[in-house]
Write a protein that binds this ligand. Structure first.
Ligand SMILES: [Zn+2]
Length: 114
C-alpha cells in the first residue's frame, strides 16, 4: 500500500503547489492591493515552519497532527490567505498565533540541579 500511496501523495502535493503558483500571480491582497506573488508564499512557508518548530518545542515527544490553514501571507501588510480549490482563489483568513509567544524570552534550563 505504501509504495503506491507515497508517489500519489507527492503527486497531489506537486499539483497543489503548481495550482497555488498559477493563482497567486493574479491575486491582489484585499487589504493593500499588492499582488501576493512568490514572497507571500515564502513568508507563509517560513511562518508555518516556525509554527511547527514551536509546537514541537512546546510538546516534546508528542505526535502532532497539524492542519495548515494559510498558504500565503501578504509581504506588504501581513494579511493571511487560505486557498479554496473549488473556487480556485485565495481567501482571506486569520493567521494562527504562534504558540508560546515569547518562548525565546523564557529562561532556558541550565541543566544544573540545585
Ligand atoms: Zn496586503
Amino acid at each position: 500500500m505504501m509504495p503506491i500511496l507515497i508517489p500519489y501523495v507527492m503527486m497531489c502535493d506537486y499539483s497543489m503547489r503548481r495550482l497555488h503558483r498559477q493563482v497567486y500571480k493574479r491575486t491582489e491582497c484585499s487589504n493593500c492591493g499588492k499582488i501576493l506573488g512568490i514572497e507571500s508564499l515564502d513568508r507563509s512557508n517560513e511562518y508555518w515552519a516556525e509554527y511547527g518548530s514551536r509546537m514541537r518545542r512546546a510538546y516534546p515527544g508528542a505526535r502532532l497532527r497539524m492542519v495548515r490553514t494559510h498558504w500565503a501571507i501578504c509581504s506588504k501588510c501581513g494579511c493571511a490567505y487560505t486557498f479554496n480549490g473549488e473556487a480556485m482563489q485565495f481567501i482571506r483568513t486569520e493567521l494562527m498565533p504562534l504558540p508560546l509567544e515569547g518562548i525565546d524570552d523564557l529562561p532556558r534550563n541550565s541543566g544544573s540541579i540545585a
